[in-house]
Design a protein. Structure first.
Length: 735
């Protein structure tokens, strides 16, 4: 097990780094070697180290114990737990100085735009269609019309049925939550905060689907002793959601997380929905970041043997997915009650005491709890240092290494005797003139090289999106062509809700299945394509900087500044390329939204309804002629499904190629340009260092011997401090 430095040593390193920077400020000629970026880094190093968060996502299907895990870790009833679907929105939790719950609300424009798009798909009434195009839920008449349409659909599509559509639920929730949120939502996205005694009020919003509809994000800040200030833990919604857009948000959140806790209920074992979701995590390449918990329901199991049998079954099912992992079996609720025994209700206390009587199971769960806590703590520590501290320490080490070389050059100049001054002046002057010429060459070279890089990525995009190199387009076309949507399911709806509503439900089923296919089969391939191109951008600039280092920084230029040339360790390292992830955040660069989006346009809807009418009339006339045959909407609905499929197949090729164009124009091009600008700035900064060196040469040589000795002593002491600090940093870099 790796032993890490304690937290206070990190603070000491940050303090000493800032102290060194202040000392450098007392040596003006040396200070000029620093760029503004270096100064900001030294000044804000403690803030950088403590501001980053290690993100932990708690995931699993509905009723697997996610919220209970969060509460047990925090030793508080922070997030609401209970029967049924309780978590309606992902809730992020961070350590803070006081209890504060921040709810980030959607804007009215976003809310209305989403509902408007949905309603235009449902309605075929031209009179009502005008209302939908300008729909605003804030208007009473619009809400009343919305309620009528909603009721018409819901009557034929009972909420008790498992087949209820997320889109219908969206309308339900929008109507249910309107009165509670109408005065809080604003034209722009806003934030409301519950703090101190009102803190728990936030639960009324996150657990109520109606109110949660109007919320975009939730973040809790609280003074919890058991939560590290550098950790953010998130209680996610159930991963077995039928809403592909919600599932997409969950996957996006875990993709940005550093660690996942996957909760499995011992009552059900690994369900089909678990296996589907784990396959999605695998497609994202994130299985290595998952810790599995078998959340034991002590009331459910007769004895320890029964519990071990369930555990073995879960491990076997995981192995079928190719997952070889440790499974920690213990009761989250038992542990939570044990952590806050004095604060639980009498009813919960009775449950807790009854569980304690099952000594063998409790002892086994306690053992697994201790094993989990040790592993969890070690994993957090390892990841925290790797993701949060090591990166900053690497940058600090690079700056200190650069500072050491600058100090050495400074010492070389101070150590030069009179006989070498003229030779040194000439060498430095020649070096400076060569640098000026080389700077122009470098600028042109970088521009031409980047054009070559852009051309290379353009070719990759053309092969991927226009030649379908990885068969993404071919595979989705085959999937859609083979996709079967049976009309029988919608017969009842056709009679009760009308043709348009039945076709809408049919379309939404088709859309959901295509969206899930894209989520599972297409998005991972696109992600892999983007990651490989980003790695290529990194390797390109690293190679370029390496070339720049070899050709420009030849050390024989310094040979006459001292008896021997500078040692290899004093040579200037190749420059670090910009952090691509940070650039994307700063510029707001994001991948295009969706590669394949199922369409149901007004023109398509008109064609489908017309086709449905012809088929229905034909079938109806046939049933009149043949009295023994029963009339059914199913064949016409099936024909309509085929029509919707075929119309969308025409769109997919165009959408796929457009995604490639957008990826080129709005993602890779600005990304390359941003890294190129950063490269130019770093190269120019390096040239400015030698420009400053040339300008200060006369001043160095004109110093009196006593002044030289004083400057030299101060510089030697500073060099020793820098070298000592560099040694202290190494354990954090080698993690």
């Amino acid at each position: 097990m790796t032993t890490h430095k304690p937290e206070n040593s990190i603070q000491e390193i940050a303090n000493e780094a800032f102290s060194i920077f202040e000392t450098v400020q007392d040596i003006p000629d040396l200070l000029e070697f620093f760029s503004y970026g270096h100064r900001v880094f030294f000044e804000k190093l403690p803030e950088y180290i403590h501001s980053d968060k290690l993100k932990i996502a708690v995931v699993g299907v509905i009723k697997s114990g996610k919220s209970t895990f969060v509460n047990s870790i925090l030793c508080k009833d922070v997030v609401k737990r209970g029967a049924g679907v309780v978590t309606s929105i992902t809730t992020r939790i961070q350590k803070g100085k006081k209890y504060q719950a921040y709810l980030y609300l959607k804007s009215w424009d976003d809310i209305n735009a989403g509902l408007r798009k949905l309603l235009l798909l449902i309605s075929d009434d031209d009179a009502v269609k005008g209302i939908w195009e300008a729909f605003d839920i804030r208007r009473k008449n619009d809400r009343e019309t919305l309620e009528k349409v909603h009721q018409k659909i819901i009557n034929a599509f009972s909420p008790e049925k498992d087949t209820i559509h997320p889109e219908i639920l969206s309308i339900t929730h929008a109507l249910q939550g309107f009165d509670a949120l109408k005065d809080l939502v604003q034209p722009e996205e806003t934030v409301i905060c519950f703090e101190s005694q009102e803190f728990d009020n936030y639960k009324d919003y996150t657990t109520d689907p109606g109110k949660a509809f109007y919320i975009k994000d939730v973040c809790l800040s609280m003074p919890v002793k058991t939560l590290d200030p550098n950790i953010e833990i998130a209680d996610c919604q159930g991963a077995d959601s039928t809403d592909s857009s919600q599932l997409e948000r969950i996957l996006a959140h875990i993709e940005s997380s550093n660690l996942m806790i996957y909760c499995i209920s011992s009552r059900t074992g690994l369900r089909e929905s678990d296996m589907i979701f784990l396959k999605r995590i695998e497609n994202l390449g994130l299985l290595d970041n998952v810790i599995f918990i078998n959340n034991c329901d002590l009331t459910e199991h007769e004895n320890l043997e029964d519990l071990l049998k369930v555990e073995a079954g879960i491990l076997k099912d995981l192995s079928l997915l190719g997952i070889k992992t440790e499974l920690y079996s213990f009761s989250l609720l038992y542990n939570h009650f044990a952590n806050m025994k004095s604060k639980i209700s009498k009813k919960d206390l009775l449950r807790f005491e009854s569980w304690q009587k099952e000594k063998k199971m409790v002892q086994y769960c306690d053992l697994k709890t201790r094993e989990f806590n040790l592993f969890f703590k070690h994993t957090i520590e390892r990841n925290r240092y790797e993701f949060l501290i090591s990166n900053h320490m690497k940058r600090l080490s690079s700056i200190l290494s650069d500072l050491t070389r600058r100090i050495q050059i400074f010492l070389d100049l101070l150590s030069s005797d009179n006989e070498k001054e003229e030779t040194a002046k000439k060498k430095l002057s020649d070096f400076y003139q060569n640098a000026l010429r080389f700077e122009t060459i470098m600028a042109d070279s970088l521009e031409n090289a980047c054009q070559g890089l852009q051309k290379e990525i353009d070719i990759n995009i053309y092969q991927m999106f226009f030649q379908d190199k990885d068969s993404i387009l071919r595979d989705i076309l085959e999937y859609v062509q083979l996709l079967s949507i049976e009309g029988e399911f919608y017969q009842f709806h056709g009679r009760e809700t009308g043709v348009n509503e039945a076709l809408f439900l049919l379309f939404k089923d088709f859309q959901k299945r295509v969206d899930l296919y894209v989520l599972e089969a297409v998005n991972p391939l696109l992600r892999q394509f983007v990651v490989l191109r980003e790695e290529r951008i990194k390797s390109f600039f690293q190679s370029y900087f390496k070339s720049y280092h070899v050709e420009f920084l030849t050390m024989d230029q310094y040979s006459d500044l001292k008896d021997n040339a500078l040692s290899e360790s004093q040579r200037i390292d190749s420059l670090d390329i910009a952090d691509i992830d940070e650039i994307k955040k700063i510029l707001g660069i994001q991948l295009p939204s969706r590669v394949f989006e199922v369409q149901y346009t007004s023109k398509m809807k008109t064609k489908v309804i017309a086709n449905f009418g012809l088929n229905t009339v034909s079938r109806f006339l046939s049933s009149l002629l043949d009295k023994q045959s029963d009339f059914s909407f199913a064949p016409a609905l099936k024909k309509s499904a085929e029509k919707i499929k075929n119309e969308n197949l025409k769109y997919f090729k165009r959408q796929f190629e457009q995604y490639g164009k957008d990826l080129k124009t709005h993602y890779f091009l600005p990304l390359i340009n941003a890294v190129k600008r950063d490269a130019k700035e770093k190269i120019n900064e390096r040239f400015r260092q030698y420009q400053s060196l040339n300008a200060k040469t006369e001043q160095f040589f004109s110093l009196k011997q006593s002044e030289k000795e004083d400057q030299k002593a101060r510089s030697l002491l500073l060099k020793q401090r820098v070298e000592t600090l560099t040694g202290l940093i190494q354990p954090f870099i080698s993690l």
